[in-house]
Write a protein that binds this ligand. Structure first.
Ligand SMILES: [Zn+2]
Ligand SMILES: [Zn+2]
Length: 260
């Protein structure tokens, strides 16, 4: 197994040292791994939205984070291949500025993890406006895919649709899967959500993705070293994938892993 979805204490809601994650992965037999901490957003954006989103590193920490990943990669190069990644939302007004910062530090892959939308909506949603948010969510992810900047899509089923228009949900998620597939972006069954009993992975979403045979990986989304290798949870993830006839890949195709 490959493990490209790992956070660090810098995002202010994960624990442990980065080296503990590396050692836990190696102990679990994972030799191909990467850190993908939550992206920092430009200061102006964070100040505006700080009541919604302050659980991430500051922009000034990005080079330090990159240097730390590189130092660990060097130290453990005989035992593992450790890459520098980031998990990020698509925020159109900030996208180019953030991409420049990521290129400056040589990020190797970007996971699309849409935890909020440009205007600050946050999940889980309350149900009053669920249909509208669902469509906005799909549009945002499809626009993100169209940029070509994202490597794969973490928890594409993050949106907690609480409306009662099942046909709309199926239509939107079918479009979403089709767009991600067209962009060559694998999907992710999120083990953090599975272990936590969250609304994702969403069984209906994965029926759709399974039916469409969308290429998919398991993602640990580790926020602590103890989550890096959880054999039982990985097994549950594989069973979940099988139950929904998901096209499960062992790893992200290497040609998608390149400097961004
Ligand atoms: Zn997180
Ligand atoms: Zn994550």
């Amino acid at each position: 197994m490959q493990s490209l979805h790992m956070h660090t204490w810098r995002c202010k809601h994960a624990t442990g040292t980065m080296e503990e994650y590396v050692l836990a992965a190696i102990a679990g037999g994972i030799t191909d791994m990467g850190f993908s901490d939550h992206v920092p957003l430009p200061d102006a954006y964070v100040y505006d939205k700080k009541s919604i989103y302050r659980v991430r590193m500051n922009m000034a920490e990005l080079p330090v984070y990159a240097a730390e990943v590189r130092a660990l990669a060097k130290k453990h190069r005989d035992a593992a291949n450790i890459r520098l990644g980031i998990e990020m939302e698509y925020v159109p007004s900030q996208h180019e500025e953030v991409m420049r910062a990521l290129r400056d530090v040589g990020v190797e892959y970007i996971i699309l993890g849409q935890h909020f939308l440009e205007d600050g909506a946050y999940y889980p949603l309350n149900s009053t406006d669920s249909d509208r948010w669902l469509c906005l969510y799909t549009d945002t992810l499809l626009s993100a895919a169209a940029t070509g900047d994202f490597t794969f899509a973490a928890h594409p089923d993050l949106i907690h649709y609480t409306g009662n228009n099942r046909a709309l949900y199926i239509r939107e998620m079918t479009q979403l899967c089709a767009g991600l597939m067209e962009a060559g972006m694998p999907l992710e069954i999120n083990l953090h959500g599975l272990g936590d009993g969250r609304n994702y992975p969403d069984p209906l979403f994965w029926d759709i993705a399974g039916e469409m045979q969308a290429p998919t990986v398991l993602g640990v989304d580790a926020h602590g070293a103890d989550e890096v290798w959880n054999k039982e949870l990985v097994e549950r993830g594989r069973e979940f994938a099988a139950a929904h006839h998901v096209n499960l890949l062992d790893r992200i195709p290497e040609e998608r892993m390149r400097k961004v």
